[in-house]
Design a binder for this molecule. Structure first.
Ligand code: KIV
Ligand code: ZN
Length: 563
């Protein structure tokens, strides 16, 4: 990408090469770590506010994030997330791994064709067929990027690739060259870089830049690094790779030891110019560096890092909500920046301090991350304009048609529930805008159950103009009975792998949000439903997942692991 070349890295003059650091076989990497940590560190660059560097934010929610167990998204959901990422202001969107499946290929291609405003990147192994496929998918983008990777650590070379160092260098060079022939913006990642002998890492990075890599990414694939370690790896690359100024140094940290954000910040401190991250920190195993945390750390501590991003911080919470809804992976209450408790003050002393002066206990303002702090907002007399206004304040941009649908649901809810909170509105909107096309919808249900009694259910679903009904005495409880009735009416028989219910807001009349995961013919499908009646919410969530199954059957969606 032409732009990334101009994102200036720390250009501090380099001291002579630190010979022998991290050299030798894998065991010696760690024996040498002590001397590494005691090498005189390069002075962190001190710059004035006006010389704050721009850090490229490379979002991999749609690629590495999607690899989280249970997080797969369908095409429509990926397109929505990609659009939200553009609005969030990320510089690069890694949209997928095109060779992985036809679904992945289509998603990357559709995003490349339609999403404008960010670089669109596709991942490829250092194999001709991967690189060709990645280019086929990203070539439609306004600014395409090909990201090639090849493992370099001794463990991966010996056990996974069965290749020696010379073969690795050759394969990396061939891969980068092939990608460069297609595209001027090429990123190279030596997978498991952090566990790679430092001499060899420098050699591979130099070779990749030599043949045209414009970004060199340093992945901590297994989340093994510590901040001091990561800082030194980046410093050594900057000191020893002669052509390093021709590429942006990137960092890609996994969170296995809970240090992905800290390690990424350490890399920035040492001069990295790009950070790879995911919304809500989702990703393989314990996840990736969290986008919201790294962005807000750089923003809040600009005094220290003298670095900033292009991210529109007010879009953080809406984007986090969107990703949580489409992946079904909710963020924990105490998650930094986007968790429910992130700006809640419980202790009396803290509340007292806050009332006297907000900054006593708050280092960021909730509104800066897009969190509106109003509580009770609307009631049954509120009109469409008030709802539209509230939706906008919550970060949603609804079309006229979406607003009408949400308004109908809102009126229905207001009849059942006097006080409508922001959480209620967000749940209604998300149900509308992230739903799948509804082949079947719930018309009505009635269920009776009790201790020692087999439940009795009467349930109707609508399919177009047709209403299908059943009456059954079955199941382990009311929810099970409702699910069995829906299976009978739709003719789709599934195994329920996960069922979760939580309350959207507070109070006995709060809406319940149900998430289900259903297995059908070896694939997992997600469903989501909201209602003040938790059995109705369960029925809606179950039907939502059934509709996803049906839409795949219709060929309207591409297969992937979890829909
Ligand atoms: O964690 C990793 O090493 C990766 C690479 C493909 C960059 O995700
Ligand atoms: Zn990764």
């Amino acid at each position: 990408m032409r732009e990334t070349r101009s994102f200036d890295q720390d250009q501090t003059p380099r001291p002579p090469a630190a010979a022998g650091f991290f050299s030798g076989v894998h065991r010696e990497i760690w024996d040498d770590a002590d001397s590494l940590l005691h090498t005189k560190p390069k002075e962190p660059q001190r710059m004035s506010e006006s010389s704050s560097r721009q850090i490229v934010i490379f979002d991999t929610t749609l690629r590495d994030g999607e690899q989280s167990p249970g997080a797969s998204m369908n095409l429509y959901e990926k397109m929505e997330v990609a659009q939200a990422l553009v609005e969030l202001g990320v510089d690069v969107i890694e949209a997928g791994f095109p060779i992985a499946s036809p679904g992945d290929f289509n998603a990357v291609r559709e995003i490349a064709k339609t999403v404008r405003g960010s670089v669109i990147c596709g991942l490829a192994r250092c194999r001709p067929e991967d690189i060709d496929r990645a280019w086929e998918a990203v070539k439609y983008a306004e600014q395409p990027r090909i990201h090639v990777f090849l493992a370099t650590s001794a463990i991966h070379r010996e056990h996974k690739l069965k290749m020696d160092k010379a073969e690795i260098v050759q394969r990396a060079v061939e891969g980068v060259k092939r990608a460069v022939d297609y595209c001027p913006d090429v990123e190279f990642s030596p997978e498991d870089a952090v566990r790679t002998e430092i001499d060899f890492l420098c050699q591979v990075v130099e070779a990749a830049i030599d043949v045209g890599a414009t970004t060199v990414n340093i992945p901590d694939t297994v989340g093994y690094a510590t901040p001091a370690h990561m800082r030194r790896v980046i410093e050594i690359l900057r000191n020893r790779v002669p052509n390093i100024d021709r590429a942006v140094i990137s960092v890609h940290c996994h969170n296995d030891l809970g240090m992905a954000v800290a390690n990424s910040l350490a890399a920035v401190e040492a001069g990295a110019g790009q950070v790879e991250c995911t919304v809500n920190g989702i990703g393989e195993r314990a996840g990736n560096c969290s986008l919201e945390e790294i962005v807000m750390a750089l923003k809040t501590r600009n005094d220290f890092y003298h670095a900033h991003t292009r991210v529109v911080s007010q879009r953080i919470v809406p984007t986090s909500r969107l990703v949580a809804t489409v992946t079904g992976i909710q963020v924990q209450r105490n998650k930094a920046i986007v968790g429910q408790n992130a700006f809640a003050h419980e202790a009396g002393i803290h509340q007292d301090g806050m009332l006297k002066e907000r900054t006593t206990y708050e280092i960021m303002r909730p509104e800066d991350v897009g969190l509106t702090m109003s509580d009770l907002v609307l009631g049954k007399h509120s009109g469409r304009a008030a709802l539209a206004d509230r939706a906008k304040a919550l970060g949603y941009r609804l079309t006229g048609e979406q607003l009408n649908l949400v308004f109908d649901e809102f009126k229905e809810l207001a009849d059942k529930k006097k006080e409508i909170y922001d959480g209620d509105i967000a749940a209604l909107i998300e149900q509308q805008i992230h739903g799948v096309s509804e082949l079947w919808s719930l018309e009505s249900y009635q269920v009776t159950s009790g201790t020692g009694k087999v439940p009795e259910v009467t349930l109707s679903v609508r399919r177009g103009s047709e209403v299908l009904s059943t009456h059954k005495v079955c199941g382990d409880g009311p929810v099970d009975a409702v699910f069995l009735a829906i299976e009978e009416l739709t003719g789709i028989s599934v195994v329920c792998r996960d069922f979760r219910v939580h309350s959207v807001t507070v109070g006995k009349d709060a809406q319940g949000e149900v998430m289900v995961q259903l297995e059908y013919q070896g694939e997992l499908y997600r469903g989501h439903g909201v209602s003040t009646d938790s059995i109705e919410a369960s029925a809606k969530a179950f039907l939502n997942a059934i509709n996803r199954i049906a839409s795949v059957g219709n060929g309207s969606q591409q297969p992937s692991k979890i829909r």
